[in-house]
Design a protein around this ligand. Sequence first.
Ligand code: AMP
Length: 368
Amino acid sequence: MTPISKKVGVLGAGQLGRMLALAGYPLGQKFGFYGMSDDEPSALLGQMHLHNDDADTLQELVKFADVMTYESENTDLELIEEISRTTPVYPSARSLKVCQHRGLEKETFKRLGIPCAPFEIVTSLEELQAAVDILGVPSVLKTTTEGYDGKGQFILKDEDDIEEAWKTLGDRELILERFVDFHRELSIIAVRNANNEHVFYPLVQNVHHKGILRYTIAPAQEIPEMVQKAAETFMQVLLDELDHVGVLTLELFETDSGLMANEMAPRVHNSGHWTIEGAQTSQFENHVRAICGLPLGSTEPRQPIAAMVNIIGETGPVEKVLKKSNAFLHLYDKSQRAGRKLGHFTLLSDSQDALFKDIKDLNDFLPI
Ligand code: AMP
């Protein structure tokens, strides 16, 4: 039997790297991280290679690794292209390039027949004015790169907002999108390995507050089979187009006229944390399996319904979570700071009513 054990190098050392390692060790994989400081969440879970302007610590990690992956779509594309010359990097530079630019991403959706909001790329106040003439208001202005958790965005409610929007975000490339009148925000996670095996998790519902994901309901309730199938078809087309290996997440709006794609991420995703206890195989284990060339695991939920609640800003009364037999706590070993994701917990339940009762008992962790 060929050994399946591989050394995985992760660019980044945050909670995603930490949960990848926690999922990969039972399979015999080893981990190394490239981080900024040795108190990051992944630090004690593998070899830590600290960024250092005077030493090639990244090269040491690449030498250690059989395969490389990354935690963020904001990872330097040129760096990924360079590493790929000597060591496989998954997802590949092709996936990363599309996922890190909202314009390229939306053009890809459009070309592949995946519905998304009409959009215009703008690089000046005049172009923004022209784009508003085409798309109308309300519309959402976003930076084409580096936006996350709702940062780098401005909602234009009427035409008087144009100058302020440009002043707030402008002097760089921006994308204006027509405002989507949605019922719910959903996401779907797909995984593909290099043998073109692919699996899909069920659609989940995501609830945000001030641009940050607060909780996820998994699976999203009252999703007709056809809608799940439509989301899987979008993912299949994207996986094929990008020749994607690893986890790919697509955020979607549920609207009167069906699903509309918002954005995608070439990585394990906060809306997939419920899979650690809630699915037969977690998104983290499936990412490790995919990038290490292993067969993928079942994505079936283990129970009728689950919720994943983020712990944000302050740790809060986690004893309450620990006392519940159907709750599973994950703390990322990060210091408290407003808006910072410090951990999450997952609740497993038999019914929506029971789940919402549990969420209510633990509402100290929610903003409202
Ligand atoms: P994003 O960074 O693109 O995920 O956007 C952050 C949040 O802004 C989303 O989760 C939505 O709640 C909202 N949003 C983004 N784009 C649009 C849009 N075109 N129409 C309506 N809401 C949007």
